[in-house]
Design a protein around this ligand. Sequence first.
Ligand code: GDP
Length: 468
Amino acid sequence: MLSNTTDPIVAVATAAGRGAVGIVRVSGARLAPLIAAVCAKPLRPREATYLPFRDAAGEPVDHGLAIHFPAPHSFTGEDVLELQAHGGAVVLQLLLARCLEAAAEVDGATGRARLPGLRVAQPGEFSQRAFLNGKIDLAQAEAIADLIDASTEAAARSAGRSLSGAFSREIHVLRDALVHLRMLVEATLDFPEEDIDFLQKADAAGQLAALQAQLAAVRRRAQQGALLREGIKVVIAGQPNAGKSSLLNALAGAELAIVSAVPGTTRDVVAQTIQIHGVPVHVADTAGLRESHDEVEQIGIARAWNQIESADAVLFLHDLTRADDAAYASGDGDILASLQCKLPNGVPVLDVWNKHDAVSAAAQRDGLVLSAKTGFGIEALRSRLLDIAGWQAVPEGVYLARARHVQALRQVADHVDRAAGQLAARLPALDLLAEELRLAQNALNEITGEFGADELLGVIFSRFCIGK
Ligand code: GDP
């Protein structure tokens, strides 16, 4: 549900914890009376003023910078006040409380509360205001959250590209082409004397084919963008000392992950995130999946299996130096059996033979042969993992997209394909053709939020962090 979108709102906009600077942000229709109470003097638009933030008795709560962004030239499109104070949790909470208190105080000049109805913002509410006030579209608003959450440099860069509107612009180009086609078809419907010849003369089929090609290109880039955002899940299996940790380090190489925890799993115990050419690869280690009587560990293991159930691939690591040892081979057999019973169908299991450097004449093996120690074969494995992920392009030109966008684009393509089918028919049903084009446009508009149900908006913005 969307909350009341006209209440003035306030929140600590910086991350929880200690920092040199912390920001309290207020957005509302008219903030001058609040500014007078907290800053004790008027602020020049968009200029930082160093001053004491005052409590009700006029005593300083802290000293810092105050900036007023008068509407509509602000992030939210409303009047915005930013108070940059020292970044301690208590200081910022005091300042937040002071804003709420000052808002409720009666202003001597008007006899009314300074900022009636000021309340603490819900997660994402500032971005939601920006969207509702036409400052950004929905795809851009989502890109803000994605930029903040980005776990790799490539993801951050492509989120930045989406935020600057690159993705939205492509959607608008597609929409304009669709609108043009719809006009042609609707004209034919409205004026029955203009029959199918009219569409032929206007090269509707050619326009539709061009639209299909454009759409396919946008879908490819959006799919790559979704991959950059979500990454792939890989399970690494193998007996102790096969070289699982060494392989993980070798795969990570210079591109050490910025985050190491997969959301919802226990950090460090069984899962780690590395990146390959900017694609986050979440690696779950089956070493953590042993039988355990420790309750906490059992919870971790259960979570890891949840991860594995959604795995995109399994790396099954074998030790070449022990390849001919019967006991070792039987150990590998046990691991394979347990993977086969727990892994969903269709998840590829990649056999990887490690320690190539330690054997003199390697026998022919099924799968990849490599050495985590020397790096031999590692690049081939990285490419192989990217292939499995469906990664094709270099991240240049990719914009971060979400599963929601990819799904909407698929719907657009389905409708456009059906429209093309109608047009190609010997006797096209023009009303069906018009309807398919209309549905295609609706699906497209869902991406930028120009058409969308309230629940959809609620779901999207509630996943933001507070203060954004
Ligand atoms: P894990 O128990 O499967 O995580 O295995 P480790 O990564 O801890 O490696 C076990 C041992 O094998 C260590 O002594 C590593 O130095 C060694 N090792 C790992 N990879 C290689 C390799 O490619 N070549 C050689 N010669 N030794 C390796």
